[in-house]
Design a protein around this ligand. Structure first.
Ligand SMILES: Nc1ncnc2c1ncn2[C@@H]1O[C@H](COP(=O)(O)OP(=O)(O)O)[C@@H](O)[C@H]1O
Ligand SMILES: CCCC(=O)OP(=O)(O)O
Length: 357
């Protein structure tokens, strides 16, 4: 079976072709901040990214002929994990999503290509995968229920990989997964369900290379009403221009670590502060598993960095076994999900909103 995988991220569009589970082609098209600056809304990037996908396939000499096309699921309404056939409701909800993220473009694009060639199109484990315990939904303000928005695909993929490495099923284990990328999410996996997680796009939990974490709420409200900033500017402070970028002017942890090793005190202070917020969130998720965690998995691009991992270990050593699975395997996880459905080994979920109010 031949499968095309489309994964638009904030700074890149990742593409891959699989023959069954073997990756036969992969390309990551980088989009610089300068290039993207001309777009005022994520939907305006649709045509631009679509052309990049077609161009990359053409340059590689890959014909548009697939058994299925699967994209990363974006900011739909809250929904359980699994594989979904893309339908009109999914496309409508992504196109009208109140939160902008490049992953919102994957399903409309996958479906457009699929309908041209007459194959099915899917998404799997969208970022809004919602399996929160009811007790985790309360924020303290009834109008503001907590929401599950995180790196569902990779967090689950590395969990399954770890489980397989110890000859267990994912559903048998209790795991804390810290995905450390441009955004950071720390999720609590209780026997295969993500029962709690910080909302990685919405100013909750650790701060990250480009996002603010939990903010002192009163000060944020005062800032909103100060007249100094527009609503869009405040949103950007939380997501896009927050975190390391706001403090140090870069999202690149590798560069920051080089500055630290060169003796820069400010870079060291801010990096340690970010790590501290991640460690606290890991502690919180350990409690969400009743203090019984089989393993803490560190994943995402930043987990490549031995120095950052060592800083984190200093806080969390002793809580549970620490397993480092750097990078991400979102493309492989998407291909595996599409293949599972094509072979009838995985069920197709029905897209319905969960009423979590
Ligand atoms: N090999 C590496 N070593 C250290 N840090 C890395 C490495 N690769 C990526 N990073 C850092 O990881 C962050 C991006 O993580 P990544 O998971 O690639 O991001 P995204 O969330 O955009 O997919 C950046 O701060 C980058 O500097
Ligand atoms: C939490 C939604 C997914 C997300 O943040 O992805 P990136 O870190 O890749 O932007």
């Amino acid at each position: 079976m031949k499968i095309l995988v489309i994964n638009p991220g904030s700074t890149s569009t990742k593409l891959a072709v699989y023959e069954d589970l073997e990756q036969v082609w992969r390309e990551s098209v980088f989009h610089s901040a300068k290039e993207l600056a001309r777009f005022h809304h994520i939907n305006e990037q649709y045509e631009y990214r679509r052309m990049h996908v077609l161009d990359a396939l053409q340059r590689a000499g890959i014909p548009m002929a697939f058994d299925a096309i699967i994209g990363r699921g974006g900011l739909l309404r809250p929904t359980p994990g699994g594989v979904y056939q893309i339908n009109e409701q999914i496309k409508y909800d992504l196109w009208h999503a109140s939160v902008e993220h490049a992953s919102n473009l994957a399903a409309p694009m996958a479906d457009e290509f699929a309908s041209q060639i007459g194959c099915p199109s899917f998404i799997a484990d969208p970022v809004v995968t919602d399996e929160l315990r009811d007790v985790a939904r309360f924020s303290g303000i009834p109008e503001i229920p907590r929401q599950s928005v995180f790196h569902a695909l990779n967090s689950r993929a590395v969990s399954r990989r770890y489980a397989a490495s110890i000859q267990k099923h994912y559903e048998e284990l209790d795991l804390v997964v810290a995905h450390l990328g441009g955004g950071i999410s720390v999720s609590a996996h209780r026997h295969g369900k993500v029962v709690d997680v910080n909302n990685a796009l919405d100013g909750e939990g650790p701060f990250s290379p480009e996002r603010a974490g939990t903010i002192p709420a009163r000060q944020l409200v005062d800032l909103c009403f100060s007249g100094k900033y527009t609503q869009k500017e405040i949103h950007k402070m939380l997501n896009g221009r927050g975190g390391l970028l706001a403090y140090l002017g870069t999202t690149d942890v590798q560069t920051i670590v080089r500055w630290v090793h060169a003796g820069n005190v400010r870079h060291k202070q801010v990096l340690e502060a970010m790590v501290y917020t991640v460690a606290k969130q890991i502690g919180a998720m350990h409690v969400a598993l009743h203090g019984h965690t089989d393993a803490i998995i560190l994943t995402g691009g930043i987990a490549h960095n031995a120095y950052v991992v060592s800083l984190l270990r200093e806080w969390i050593e002793g809580l549970a076994r620490i397993v480092v699975i750097p990078g991400e395997d979102e493309m492989g996880a998407l291909a595996m999900n599409a293949l599972g459905v094509l072979k009838g080994e995985l069920p197709l979920q029905k897209y319905e909103a969960i009423d979590n109010g």
